[in-house]
Design a protein around this ligand. Structure first.
Ligand code: UD1
Ligand code: UDP
Length: 362
């Protein structure tokens, strides 16, 4: 029996871990699973809704760390996670992605002599002003199993001295969740369509500190949305960080931009699938739009997910009003790129490959 302790903390983590928990549960005689929520995200619409919709078991432990500075949040997770690892004595701690909870839990585990598996290893933006880049670099250095979703991850990792045998290209567990829940999302679409009453629309998400914690930068992006929304409906479910910054900086959001609270996973998936274009700075949304074949404009100077550009539907756009308006307008005018395709192993079976690997491990 292998004891596996999974960690989730923030919105994008649930979609990545849920399929692994489901798949391991099919082999209950081989795996004893524990699910720990760090509580980095805690609003119902940033946490609970995803457990319900993804049909994840309730966390066995919630560390309830909440918000804080990077040091406070990371340290708080570490202090509260250490006794949990001591209590459950897992053989493996599984951490997803690149949030503060990821690094904090990986660091605690490795120092207690527990092996760490990193889901979505090897992504690099090569931009160390991003907190996520620091979390990715450090987590990968101390992980024992690096589970990657695209081929360039191996190059990034071996370049940093990670041993080849630790790296396994398994595919994208976030896409596993999408594949499983897409039929439900399609069932939700008629209700959403009548709620929002638009056909062609632009869907927006923004939350990167480099974009939203900068008054001038946030103003450039919102001004672009204001301008575009006079021609085409713009729907913008607002992340709590961004909500606060719009209020704090007194940014003018036009009445024609439809603001909402963060939306649950299944409805948001339906909205992505039916959007004419998605404007974002989210990592996960770059991947989901690529899988769905929906044009995506990423308001960032770089991406740690270049495969969404080379294979998929993603384009980078400068954080400048004119550039964003013109990129949205030309994307709306362009026919969809029929040649855009899905990266290899983004096929809904990544968790199966991961669990097979765990079953073969000592
Ligand atoms: C975090 C991750 C980021 C990820 C994002 C996903 C880090 C460093 N950042 O960014 O990589 O893309 O989650 O959404 O780990 N807040 C609430 N309610 C909540 C959660 C947050 O109001 O449930 C507010 C708090 O004021 C908090 C702020 O949002 O200070 C930022 O939250 P935090 O978890 O620190 O970072 P995110 O911007 O959410
Ligand atoms: N998402 C959601 N509701 C929203 C916005 C995003 O369910 O209102 C989902 C999205 O489909 C993806 C994940 O949240 O699965 C991405 O998380 P986020 O953008 O917060 O973080 P990132 O991927 O940038 O780390």
């Amino acid at each position: 029996m292998k004891r596996i302790l999974h960690v989730v903390g923030a919105r994008p983590n649930y979609m990545k871990i849920a399929p692994i928990v489901r798949e391991m549960a099919k082999h209950a005689n081989e795996f004893a699973q524990t699910l720990v929520h760090t509580g980095q995200h805690y609003d119902d619409n940033m946490s609970k809704v995803f457990f319900d919709e993804l049909e994840m078991p309730r966390p066995d432990v919630n560390l309830e760390v909440g918000s804080g500075s990077h040091a406070e949040q990371t340290a708080e997770v570490m202090m509260r996670f250490e006794p949990v690892v001591a209590q459950f004595k897992p053989d493996w701690v599984v951490v997803p992605g690149d949030v503060n909870s990821t690094l904090a839990c990986a660091l605690v585990a490795v120092k207690l002599g527990v092996k760490v598996a990193h889901v979505e290893a090897g992504l690099r933006s090569f931009d160390r002003t991003m907190p996520e880049e620091i979390n990715r670099l450090l987590t990968d250095q101390i992980s024992d199993l690096l589970l990657t979703h695209s081929p360039e991850a191996r190059e990034n990792l071996t370049h940093e001295g990670v041993a080849e045998e630790k790296i396994h290209l398994v595919g994208n567990t976030m896409i596993d969740t999408l594949v499983r829940l897409m039929p439900l999302a399609e069932e939700r679409w008629p209700a959403l369509h009548s709620r929002f009453r638009f056909d062609q629309f632009v869907l927006v998400t923004l939350h990167r500190p480099n974009n939203v914690d900068d008054r001038a930068g946030l103003n450039e992006i919102i001004s672009a949305l204001n301008q575009v929304s006079s021609d085409v409906p713009v729907l913008f479910p607002v992340h709590p960080r961004t909500q606060q910054k719009i209020a704090q900086y007194e940014i003018n959001v036009s009445e024609t931009v439809r603001l909402t609270e963060p939306i649950g996973y299944i409805d948001f998936l339906a909205l992505q699938a039916h959007a004419a274009i998605v404007v974002t700075d989210s990592g996960g949304v770059q991947e989901e739009t690529t899988f769905l074949g929906v044009p995506c404009l990423t308001v960032r100077p770089n991406t740690e997910r270049p495969i969404t550009i080379t294979t998929g539907t993603n384009r980078l756009v400068k954080r400048n009003r004119e550039a964003i308006v013109s990129a949205i307008r030309s994307a709306l005018d362009r026919p969809r790129n029929a040649a855009a395709s899905r990266p290899e192993l983004w096929d809904g079976k990544a968790a199966e490959r991961i669990v097979r690997l765990f079953r073969e491990l000592d």
